[in-house]
Design a binder for this molecule. Structure first.
Ligand code: PTJ
Length: 269
């Protein structure tokens, strides 16, 4: 059965929102936007989101503020877009690019001509004026990177000082850092190589944090450069990742005690 056609999500289903997001990805996959592996990557993200409590944490907010400060202070900020990001939050990618004067570039791990073009189309439909990194435009190369993510636009990621990379693989984050760029990662997995290599890691779901980042950009773009610099200098990614892990540990501890008390485990067996 084609669950895309027959799927009906009851609005009172306790996990309706999560099902709606899955459905967006399945639709994105059918339209040639999302890679097969993108569906699997989403499952890993969901698992970490469960552990986090499916809410934006204080430490994610702190990372978002530092990220917006970095984007606003940069000369050539670029938002890198892959299949999952294009399927889930295309309009917020466009809004964020407008609020921070960042370019938008398609950059794919599983690069194919058809997917590049399909993703560009989604972004143009969402209101983008320009989309870099498609076809002949991806003519420059990130050194020391063997995946197809190495192909970048000479007017975009190649000359960027700051790159926002939602849902990333660790290799490219490392390569971009070696090129002296600031990397802002959005990754629900605080243990990933991406999370550890990035300059700023936002441990949150892209569907929750992208709208918040647009709001923050609107609030912060009137700030003095010194104030923005202060926010960025105060941010410590190692400390922030540790806080994300501590949040999960604390939460699981509380749940464990709750389950024990309520004898939820084994109930009805
Ligand atoms: O579109 P392409 O060709 O560039 O391919 C994209 C994928 C995602 C398939 C590719 O980059 C990949 O394989 O990524 P990884 O190594 O699986 O890493 C994806 C990371 O994103 C994982 O650590 C997930 O926890 C995280 N993730 C998944 N969904 C979300 C997420 N983080 C934030 N928000 C999400 N919705």
């Amino acid at each position: 059965m084609d669950e895309g056609v027959h799927m009906h999500i009851p609005p009172d289903h306790p996990r309706a929102e999560s099902l709606r997001i899955r459905h967006k990805l399945i639709e994105g996959f059918k339209k040639g936007i999302v890679a097969q592996a993108g569906l699997i990557a989403h499952g890993r993200g969901e698992a970490f989101d469960y552990l986090l409590g499916e809410k934006t944490t204080d430490n994610a907010m702190k990372a978002m503020k530092a990220a917006i400060a970095a984007l606003l202070l940069s000369k050539h900020p670029v938002i890198s877009v892959n299949g999952n990001t294009a399927a889930l939050v295309p309009e917020y990618v466009v809004e964020l690019s407008k609020e921070t004067n960042a370019k938008i570039e398609v950059n794919l791990f599983y690069r194919s001509k058809e997917r590049e073009v399909a993703i560009k189309e989604v972004l143009l439909e969402a209101g983008a004026d320009e989309v870099l990194g498609v076809g002949e435009r991806a003519s420059a190369t990130i050194p020391e990177l063997s995946s197809l993510r190495r192909k970048v636009d000479p007017d975009g990621i190649l000359i960027a000082d700051t790159v926002l990379v939602p849902l990333e693989d660790g290799d490219r984050t490392e390569a971009l850092r070696k090129m002296g760029k600031n990397v802002i990662a959005i990754d629900l997995n605080p243990l990933s190589r991406t999370a550890r290599y990035a300059t700023i890691t936002i441990v949150d779901n892209i569907v929750r944090c992208m709208p918040k980042m647009v709001e923050l950009a609107r609030e912060m773009k009137g700030m003095e450069r010194d104030e923005l610099r202060g926010i960025l200098d105060d941010f410590d990614n190692g400390k922030n990742l540790a806080e994300a892990l501590d949040h999960i540990i604390r939460r699981l501890g509380e749940l464990s005690r709750k389950f024990e008390k309520e004898k939820i485990l084994g109930e009805g067996l």
